[in-house]
Structures are given as C-alpha cells and as structure tokens.
Unconditional design. Structure first.
Length: 335
C-alpha cells in the first residue's frame, strides 16, 4: 500500500484473508495481493458458496505472489481423489503457493444433514491426501487408487503443498501435531496461549470502524454481522453462551420444522445476516463475538494474537463492500 505506518508484525506474523467465495472473489483475491496480504483462503461449502477449486483457479490467473488455499476440505463432502486432483491442478496453475486445510466439517456437513467426521478419519484423510498428491498408490475404501495423469495433461505429482488441519480442541491439535503442517483455528475455541507449536493460522471476523462510527451502525452490522451470527449458530457452544441473544435466536430456531433447521441455521452463514438473525446482532454481540474495533484496537489485537502463538491471521471480510473491508484491515495492520 505504500503505507509508512509502523507495522509491529512485519517479519514475524503474516496477514492473510479468508473468503466466503462468490463469483467476485477472484478479483477480491487479486486486490488482496495488491494490498499486501500474504494468504487467501476460501471456504468449501457448495450448498452456500461458489465452487472453491474453480474460484482459486480463476484467482491463480489474476495473481503472482499470494498463497491460495481451501479451508477446509472434509472427508464427508468430496471424495479424496477429487480434492487431491484439485490441489495438484491448482499447484500447476500457482506453483509453490498452494495450501490445503483439512477439517472434520461443520457447515458443509450440516447442510447435508450429517455430522462432522471423527478425528481418526481426518488424520487418515490427511495422510492419504498427501500420498496421492505425491504420486503414490494407496488403498482407500477397499480399493487401490492413484492419480495417473498422462504426461500431456500438464499435471505432475507435488510434494510442496502444505496440508494443515482445522483444529479447535485437544483432539484436533493432537492430530495436527502428528500429521499436519500446521493448524487453522478460531480464537474463540482456543486458550491463551494457543496450545500448538508451529504454523498457526488464526481466523478473524469483524470490521474496522471509521472515525466516530458506532457498533450499531447499519454498515457495521452488515460487515460484522456475518461473523457475529456465527456465534449465534454455535449457540451454547460458542462465545455467546448464556446470553439473551442466543436464547432469543434459539427460540426462533425452535419454531422451524426440525427437518429444515440445519438449512435455516446456515442460511447466509458467514456471508450475510438474515432478517431472523438481525434482531439478535446487537452491539454487545458484535463486540463479544468479532474483532471489530478502531484501527488501534485492531493493531493491539493482532499483537496479542502474535504473542499467543499465531503465525498468521486470516481476516474474513464481509458485507456489501469487500474492497472497503480489505483496504481498512490492511491499513490497520500496517501492510
């Protein structure tokens, strides 16, 4: 950005971004690269968002430096071969700058009416994914499989694609320590310091406040509301446990037919705020569940995360003006 503001994190913690992918996301990733972000990850939840691999393939053609990754792939959503092929293809389009994050599954599994995978399955999936990308033959679900790309395909085995684990608790951190190249975690699920040694990507939701802007501002609700609504969706397992807002949201959710609750819970998940959620996105909820604040507060939070063990912060912009959110956070972080 050509910004001469002091950067307390330069040379240590990286600043990346995380997108709920849309057809506009490739252009936003290109803008993030121009602003100085080091990473751009996208969610993989096809019931909600644009296709993750297709989005990153388009972004690869628009960028030259920024790392690209899917966060997260899950054992129960796409077949192992599909994700391995996607990663190898992306690595051919953006050599040396691809990451893959594997997790147990939350939204993507819920929108299929399923529970997330067991951590033993995640561990097995990480090992198998890495082996397939490297060109090995493996036994999977009772059959011998491999990626056998012909020579003229432009594709070749890769061994330089880091595989991280999306982990928020002891079991996940243990799996990551054994088989992954790092973790992606949510600070609301982790202790301080973060109980993991090594590469640690911490997600961040919210918006940077303008001068004199209040948490009740419609712009703030639109931009920080999707991250705040995530805490409503987590209910008594999230940072808003026991609050009137969670109780009110759950009372509304109880009025939805049981067979449709998983759909209504995740409608607009991490990308918008539904009319039913909006009454519960109060200033208190935004303050408690997101990293919303003035630029100085954002810088202080980044310093705290670095001291807690984060090596990268992945900021998710939301609301109607993604460019504004990317620029404001980049300026606050001193990129």
């Amino acid at each position: 950005m050509g910004n001469d503001a002091p950067h307390p994190l330069r040379g240590t913690m990286d600043i990346g971004c995380l997108f709920a992918p849309t057809t506009h996301t490739p252009d936003h990733i290109a803008e993030a690269e121009r602003l100085g972000y080091g990473y751009a990850y996208v969610y993989d939840s096809p019931s909600l968002f644009a296709n993750a691999w297709m989005t990153l393939g388009r972004a690869a053609d628009r960028t030259a430096r920024i790392r690209l990754g899917v966060a997260v792939v899950t054992p129960k959503l796409r077949h192992l071969v599909d994700n391995a092929s996607g990663a190898v293809t992306l690595a051919a389009l953006a050599p040396g700058r691809v990451d893959v994050v594997v997790g147990a599954g939350f939204t993507s599994a819920a929108l299929l009416g399923r529970r997330g995978s067991r951590w033993a399955e995640v561990e097995e999936y990480i090992l198998a994914l890495r082996a397939l990308m490297a060109g090995e033959e493996i036994d999977w679900e009772g059959a011998r499989i491999a990626l056998t790309f012909p020579g003229h395909s432009g594709l070749a085995p890769v061994t330089d694609v880091p595989v991280l684990a999306a982990a928020h608790g002891p079991k996940g951190f243990a799996v990551a320590s054994r088989v992954a190249d790092g973790v992606v975690t949510n600070p609301s699920h982790s202790s301080d310091p973060i109980p993991f040694e090594g590469r640690c990507v911490v997600t961040s939701y919210g918006t940077v406040l303008g001068e004199g802007e209040e948490l009740s501002s419609p712009r703030v609700v639109d931009a920080a509301g999707p991250g705040a609504a995530l805490a409503l969706h987590l209910g008594e397992y999230g940072p808003l446990a026991g609050t009137d807002e969670v109780r009110g949201y759950q009372a509304w959710l109880a009025s939805v037919p049981e067979e449709r609750r998983h759909i209504e819970t995740h409608r607009e998940h991490l990308i918008g705020v539904t009319p039913e959620e909006r009454p519960f996105i109060t200033p208190k909820v935004i303050e408690s569940a997101t990293a919303t604040g003035a630029p100085q507060q954002i810088r202080e939070r980044l310093e705290h995360l670095e001291q807690s063990g984060a090596t990268t912060v992945a900021y998710q912009p939301a609301g109607p003006d993604i460019s504004r959110e990317l620029r404001a956070f980049a300026a606050a972080a001193g990129l």
